[in-house]
Design a protein around this ligand. Structure first.
Ligand SMILES: *[C@@H]1O[C@H](CO)[C@@H](O)[C@H](O)[C@H]1NC(C)=O
Length: 148
């Protein structure tokens, strides 16, 4: 499991490194949110309520300012096209956290755990309990990549 997490996260972190400079959510944090949301499966597609490797809902994408793939004009499938693409989905996460990021854990800083909580539980519900499997997987991912 450790090896699998590492491989997936390295791939994704490398992908995201191309993407950005001054974004509020770090590459490692994005990679770990992706990892715990779907195993960072970029071909996972849509289920009933979420799409893509970050498991983003339509409402989340809407609140993130409706980014579109390659900045195309909005269309009926703009949501699915964006959030199934790792870069566009990451842009949605960055926008969402720029708008709603705050300290959920009460430790005085806005860090990756806050972003994960907001991603998973929403901006207003982010002090709630995370599923323990999800939380453990996230902590393992952060430990693996944060101190390099
Ligand atoms: C990604 O998700 C698709 C669709 O659910 C699945 O067929 C595929 O095996 C998954 N890939 C990995 C690497 O888990």
């Amino acid at each position: 499991m450790f090896v699998k997490v590492s491989w997936v996260a390295v791939t994704i972190i490398t992908l995201f490194c191309v993407y950005t400079s001054a974004q509020i959510v770090s590459q490692v944090c994005l990679g770990c949110i992706c990892e715990v949301s779907s195993g960072c499966n970029t071909t996972i597609g849509c289920s009933e309520t979420v799409c893509g490797p970050f498991a983003i809902t339509w409402g989340y994408w809407f609140d993130a300012g409706k980014p579109t793939l390659n900045s195309e004009p909005l269309s009926d499938n703009a949501y699915a096209k964006c959030v199934n693409d790792p870069y566009c989905a990451a842009a949605a996460v960055q926008n969402y956290m720029t708008k709603f990021g705050h300290d959920c854990t009460g430790n005085g800083v806005i860090d990756c755990e806050d972003y994960l909580r907001i991603h998973r539980l929403g901006a207003n519900g982010c002090t709630g309990a995370l599923n323990s499997k999800y939380e453990n997987r996230f902590k393992l991912c952060l430990q693996t990549f944060q101190n390099q």
